[in-house]
Design a protein around this ligand. Structure first.
Ligand code: IMP
Length: 430
C-alpha cells in the first residue's frame, strides 16, 4: 500500500512549486491538486518555452501520468477553458489524463464581482486578492450554498445558479459596489457570464470522478501519488498572517480534506523554499527589503506574479517563518529554489530570529500584523559565481553549501535538492 507524498510551498507562495512538481513527476503515477484555484500561477520552463498553469496540475506535460483536480480545489470554467486551449495550442491534449472531482466547487462570475466588491469595501485594509473569486467561492462552500462540478449536469443547475447570483448581486449592492461598471477581462458581468456558460461545455469533456475513491484505490494498488500544493504555508487560512491570507488550507492537513485521504496515508512531505523570500499582496513581511538589494532580487529573480503580473515584495530568507511552516506541515525534505538569483551578491543575509518589544523570539506571534518586528540578520559571504558549472550538489560553491547547511541545521530538515535555473534540467539532488 502506498502513501501520498506531498509537495507544497513553505513561504508566501511563488516558491517554484510548478517546476519542482514537473521534475518529480516521472517518479509518480498520479499528480493531484488539493486546494486553491486560479489564484495560483505555476510556471514551468522546458525546451526554452515557458508554461503557466493555474488550475491544472503540473504533471499534465507528462502524457502517461494521471492528473487529478481534487475536491478542495476551485474551478473557474472560463479560466479552465483558456488553460486547456493554451495547452492544446502547444500540442498537449489534456482530456485523456486529467480527471476532475465532482465535489470541486465552481467560481461563478458573480464570485469574482464579489471579490472586487469586498476588496473595495476594505479601503486601505485591502488583502491584495488576485480577484479570481477565491474568497467568495470558498465562503459559499462553507455556507453550504456553493455549486459543485457534479452539479452542472443536474436538472436544477440553472435554477441554483440564478439563486446564488441574485444573492451575490444583493451583497454587492449592500457594499455600494458599482455593478454596471464592473468588468472581467473588459467584459460586463452579463457578457462574461455568457462565455462562462459556454465554457461549461469544455469542462464537460473531462472525466468527472469521485476523487476520494480514485486516489485511495490508486494507493491500494501501490500507485505513487503526489499532492501538489498551491500558494504557501504562510497564506494558510488558519496559520497564515490572517486576514492577509488565502481562503484555503494550504498545509499538509489540506491534503487530507482536499483529496479525501486519511492522515495515516501521508508519506513524505517535501517543502519548497526560495533561498530568499517574496510576498505578493498586502500583509506582514518582516524581512522585506525596501532598498536596492530588494529591487535587485525582484529584477534578477523576475519576481512578477504569474497570475496578476504584480511585482512581488522581496527580502531575505525568514527562518522563524520557515521553521513554523516545517512544523505545521511535518516537512521531511526541503527543496531550495533560486539561489542563482544571488550569484553576484557580495553578501547574503538570513533572518535567524525576531526582536519584538526588545525580546528575541523565533516564534510567529499572534499579533504578527500589528506588532513591530525587527528581523535579526546573520550575514554570509556571497559565492560570486555562476552555478551552472555545478553538475552535482557537492560541486556548488563552498559559500552556498555553507548557507544551505545553515538552513538545514536551523530547521532540522534535510535538503533533498536545489534548483539553480528555471529549466527543468537544472536541479541538483543531494
Ligand atoms: P486570493 O487567494 O486571490 O484571495 O488572495 C489572497 C492573498 O493571497 C493575496 O495576498 C494574494 O496575493 C495571495 N495569493 C493568492 N494566490 C497566490 C499565489 O499563488 N502565489 C502568491 N500569492 C498568492
Amino acid at each position: 500500500m502506498s502513501k501520498v507524498d506531498v509537495l507544497l510551498g513553505l513561504q508566501w507562495g511563488d516558491e517554484g512549486k510548478g517546476k519542482v512538481v514537473d521534475v518529480l513527476t516521472p517518479q509518480y503515477d498520479v499528480i493531484a491538486r488539493f486546494q486553491g484555484g486560479p489564484n495560483a500561477g505555476h510556471t514551468l520552463e522546458f525546451e526554452g518555452i515557458k508554461h503557466v498553469l493555474h488550475i491544472i496540475p503540473s504533471g499534465i506535460f507528462h502524457k502517461q501520468k494521471i492528473n487529478v483536480i481534487g475536491n478542495g480545489v476551485l474551478i473557474e470554467p472560463r479560466i479552465f477553458m483558456q488553460e486547456v486551449d493554451a495547452l492544446k495550442e502547444k500540442g498537449i491534449e489534456p482530456t485523456h489524463n486529467l480527471y476532475i472531482s465532482k465535489k470541486a466547487h465552481l467560481i461563478l462570475p458573480s464570485h469574482r464581482m464579489l471579490d472586487a466588491a469586498n476588496e473595495q469595501a476594505k479601503g486601505n485594509a485591502k488583502i491584495g486578492s488576485t480577484l479570481k473569486g477565491i474568497g467568495p467561492a470558498y465562503t459559499d462552500k462553507i455556507a453550504r450554498t456553493g455549486i459543485r462540478v457534479g452539479d452542472i449536469t443536474q436538472f436544477d443547475f440553472r435554477e441554483h445558479y440564478e439563486l446564488l447570483k441574485v444573492q451575490h448581486l444583493q451583497m454587492a449592492h449592500t457594499l455600494n459596489f458599482d455593478i454596471t461598471s464592473f468588468r472581467i477581462d473588459g467584459m460586463s458581468l452579463d457578457e462574461y457570464e455568457a462565455l462562462w456558460m459556454q465554457s461549461l461545455e469544455t469542462l464537460k469533456q473531462f472525466k468527472f470522478i469521485n476523487s476520494e475513491y480514485f486516489i485511495n484505490r490508486c494507493l491500494d494498488e501501490g500507485k505513487k501519488v503526489l499532492a501538489e500544493g498551491a500558494q504557501g504555508s504562510m497564506l494558510d487560512i488558519d496559520f497564515g498572517s490572517y486576514p492577509f491570507v488565502t481562503s484555503s488550507s494550504t498545509i499538509t492537513a489540506g491534503v487530507c480534506s482536499g483529496l479525501g485521504v486519511a492522515p495515516s496515508r501521508i508519506g513524505r512531505v517535501m517543502g519548497i523554499t526560495k533561498a530568499y523570500c517574496t510576498r505578493v499582496g498586502a500583509g506582514p513581511f518582516p524581512t522585506e527589503l525596501f532598498d536596492e538589494t530588494g529591487a535587485k532580487l525582484c529584477q534578477i529573480g523576475h519576481e512578477y506574479g504569474a497570475t496578476t503580473g504584480r511585482s512581488r515584495r522581496c527580502g531575505w530568507i525568514d527562518i522563524p517563518a520557515l521553521r513554523y511552516a516545517c512544523m505545521l506541515n511535518g516537512v521531511t525534505d526541503l527543496f531550495v529554489t533560486k539561489p542563482d538569483v544571488m550569484n553576484d551578491f557580495e553578501e547574503v543575509k538570513m533572518c535567524t530570529h525576531y526582536m519584538i518589544d526588545g525580546q528575541p523570539t523565533d516564534e510567529i506571534p499572534f499579533e504578527f500584523n500589528s506588532v513591530e518586528i525587527t528581523p535579526v540578520l546573520e550575514s554570509f559571504p556571497g559565492w560570486k559565481q555562476e552555478l551552472s558549472k555545478a553538475t552535482k550538489y557537492d560541486e556548488l560553491p563552498a559559500q552556498l553549501l555553507h548557507y544551505l547547511y545553515t538552513i538545514e541545521k536551523i530547521t532540522g530538515v534535510n535538503i533533498m535538492a536545489v534548483s539553480i535555473s528555471p529549466d527543468r534540467k537544472d536541479v541538483l539532488f543531494k
